[in-house]
Write a protein that binds this ligand. Structure first.
Ligand code: MV4
Length: 449
């Protein structure tokens, strides 16, 4: 593998370029006209403009990306996260055009993309799943039947949804009857697939996910968990590893279940199994993400393993260099996603000029970002401007370090989420580790300035 095209932008494009440089692989950046001055374009060996600013006309345009890969003579394509990373048709087309897709097979992406089918596959493999309908629910009558066996409260989820989009909680038969048609209509308009399934609803769960890595020889290892319970409207704000709610026993059981599930579907490359962790320590499969995730650095910090480098190595056909027993989680890592959004104005995106920038540094600090002083954040894409990651021997020290670096960070120009994250990190409740996905809903004072 001599040349990789990165079908993405922003910090993840940069992250992949950096891994390629260390492996002696040439890099090709693709970009929209809005990203001509982007750092991923400046740092790549070659670059190709693939269209106008809207994602649909550039980073989501498969023909543009495949043409670019053909013209430059790339061997492989790294999709990053978002955009085409979990599009099975793209993964298939990449292969058909003679390039290696750095990720799982189109079949694995497609199977895990159907949330109901994914759940079936995991249940069949012996992974604990949330009690609910066996497969999609076709009618209100059927929905009522499931409510009788499962019990309220229940949650209606879109089969083609994911990441929290297209979900509806119902607390009694009346709500079920009124919400079921709304949920199916919404699923159809949002995902082009009106099918929904139902589950028992957990009121105060934690979101814990297991990082997986698999090679083409069928070896699968897990790299511990990440806790992503600090979210607002399904946007993660803080992620950490290890989870303060997971002990060695839960970690082992969850890791073993995730590896078993991944093996059962012939999974290859990096993936993440999301679990819902109940207050009593029981966990249930929620969904599998078939891409590298935004929050992968916290796992890299606590395991010492470069996940992007490993993705490229297994895509080249190399065997994983470690057995499960070689992988050790040490210390504690926390990540804050810094978004150019104004929390005092309902998290309104704040694109525009970054007049000045001071990046924090020091022991145990990592900044993964594509921005620089003089950079203009384009309004066409998501508002993440960087990820601040700290590593320390234990959770308390990691929190102290994160508070210190959040104080040091200066993004002059756009409003950012950094001060909110400082308040969260410095709160008693975050420090205690005893919070759930309802954290911000139950502590709205943290959102006030
Ligand atoms: C749930 C749930 C409670 N009960 N399923 C949100 C993301 C998607 N992966 C599934 N999600 C949830 N599924 C049942 N049966 C609560 C959530 C949920 C949630 C999960 C993880 C992180 C934040 C969340 C915020 C609200 C709801």
């Amino acid at each position: 593998m001599k040349k990789i095209l990165i079908a993405n932008r922003g910090e993840i494009a940069l992250r992949v370029i950096r891994a390629c440089k260390e492996l002696g692989i040439r890099t090709v950046a693709v970009h929209s006209t809005a990203d001509a001055d982007s750092l991923h374009v400046k740092l790549a060996d070659e670059d190709v403009c693939i269209g106008p600013p809207p994602g649909k006309k550039s980073y989501l345009d498969m023909r543009q990306i495949l043409s670019a890969a053909t013209v430059v003579g790339a061997d492989a394509i790294h999709p990053g996260y978002g955009f085409l990373s979990e599009n099975p048709r793209f993964a298939e087309l990449v292969g058909k055009c003679g390039f290696k897709f750095i990720g799982p097979s189109a079949q694995a992406i497609s199977r895990m993309g159907d949330k109901s089918q994914a759940k079936d596959a995991m249940r069949a493999a012996g992974v604990p799943t949330i009690p609910g309908s066996d497969g999609p629910v076709a009618s209100i009558d059927e929905a009522r039947q499931w409510a009788k066996t499962v019990g309220f409260p229940m949650i209606i989820k879109a089969v083609s949804g994911g990441g929290g989009r297209g979900m509806r909680v119902v607390r009694d038969v009346k709500e079920l009857e009124s919400q079921f048609p709304v949920a199916t209509a919404e699923a159809l308009s949002c995902f082009g697939d009106g099918r929904v399934y139902m589950e028992r609803y957990f009121e105060r769960p934690r979101h814990v996910e297991i990082q997986l890595m698999a090679d083409s020889q069928g070896n699968v290892v897990h790299l511990g968990e990440r806790d992503c319970s600090v979210q607002r409207r399904h946007q993660k704000l803080v992620e950490e590893s290890p989870s303060p709610a997971v002990d060695d026993k839960i970690r082992q059981a969850m890791g073993k279940a995730a590896v078993k599930g991944a093996k059962s579907v012939g999974y290859e490359n990096a993936g993440t199994m999301e679990f819902l962790l109940d207050e009593d320590g029981s966990f249930y499969f929620m969904e599998m993400n078939t891409r590298i995730q935004v929050e992968h650095p916290v796992t890299e910090q606590v395991t010492g393993i470069d996940l992007i480098r490993t993705q490229i190595m297994v895509a080249r056909g190399e065997e994983l260099p470690w057995k499960q027993s070689d992988i050790k989680v040490k210390g504690h890592a926390i990540e804050c996603r810094i978004n150019a959004e104004d929390p005092s104005q309902g998290f309104r995106p704040c694109p525009g000029l970054v007049k000045g920038l001071h990046v924090p540094g020091g022991f145990g600090v990592r900044w993964d970002s594509h921005i620089y002083a003089g950079y203009t954040i384009p309004p066409h894409y998501d508002s993440m401007v960087g990820k601040l990651i700290v590593y320390a021997p234990d959770r308390d020290q990691a929190i102290d370090r994160m508070v210190r670096v959040l104080d040091e960070l200066v993004v002059d120009g756009p409003a950012t989420t950094a001060r909110l994250q400082r308040r969260i990190l410095d709160s008693k409740i975050f420090r205690s580790g005893a919070f759930t996905t309802k954290f911000l809903e139950e502590n709205p004072q943290l959102l006030e300035v």
